[in-house]
Design a protein. Sequence first.
Length: 418
Amino acid sequence: MSYDQVDIPTQGAPIRLSDTSELDIPSNPIIPIIYGDGIGSDVGPAAQKVLTAAAEATGRSIAWMRIYAGESARNRYGENLPTDTVEAIRDHRVAIKGPLTTPVGAGFRSLNVALRQQLDLYANVRPTYHIDGVPSPVKDPSAMDMVTFRENTEDVYAGIEMEAGSQKAEQVRSFIESEMGYDETMHDGPIGIGIKPITEFGTKRLVRQAIEYALENDRDSITLVHKGNIMKFTEGAFRDWGYELAAEEYSEVTLTEDELYDEYDGEAPEDKLVIKDRIADNMLQQLLTRTSQYEVIATMNLNGDYMSDAAGAQIGGLGIAPGGNFGDGLCLAEPVHGSAPKYEGEDKVNPTAMILSGRIMFEYIGWNDAGELIRDAVEETISNGEVTYDLHRQIEGGDKLATSTYADAVVDKIHELA
């Protein structure tokens, strides 16, 4: 394969997909990395250093392939998302990226959304768990141990929008009012319009991923989160299709919440996975009031964005919240937080979210020992009070470290623990 817009490593072997759709992982895989915009220039290299150390401590190596998107791509190639960047991720199957900036209002389209759609990374997976030593606004942050499966390609994030005052917006308004009979719904004057597609196909493949994860990781329940009481034919359909998928493909190992109480008096058998659903606004409340009752969430794009950020606040904030995007035989790991451009180059922000996103990537390729080593090293570093400024200002004592120095401290812990 030939690329003109990436930094090709001289060593390493690509990850391949076998005829049985299993990943063939070499001991020295080529892994593409996008540092990202803003603080990506700080957290990207820090995470790369930690991930390299964890791989080497477990008898492996990584051949990093530097690829570009956002500001770095514009500076080098005059475009936001080079074709080679997308193809390098597609060809090498597993990659990691830092945050990319998306302007509010005018400007280019979200590069994060573009990557997810072009690569069909339909499941945005965000595990939320507490790291000892991280200050939290709640009394018992350890009660939060939840994984959010967020549908990544549909909903209002699909990008089907018409700007107020445009011909397209007026055409859609006219059609809705004159052809569909909603003639008293929209106010007069300029109107921006967005379309919210929710499909059976998109819903079922997302819920399937969530169920498979729950079964493989001994989770007890999955909650379908929706606003189907109001948006009956989109979010309500998501709920119905989720239950339908469970009944069609997993009837022997799942039961609904009604069945749980009708047939088992509320005590689920060990070999059963409970499928339940909650209204989205109520769910935001229950994340706080009944945290431990929720283990795996399956929801749509916008709900998932809100839900996972709210959950992240309970375990100390987005600076430590990891994530990953998954398709069929593809993984693009990324932190949940944004690019925070005002801190770019200051070597002060917390790289933990991107480091722990690397843990997700390692688990995807079967390097669970390296992933656990990363988690343990991060936890010991923070518990020892070696933290970046965002955590240091919330704790008594401790050492305030720069981004790069914090990464060095985590690497030292990896060497101690290995």
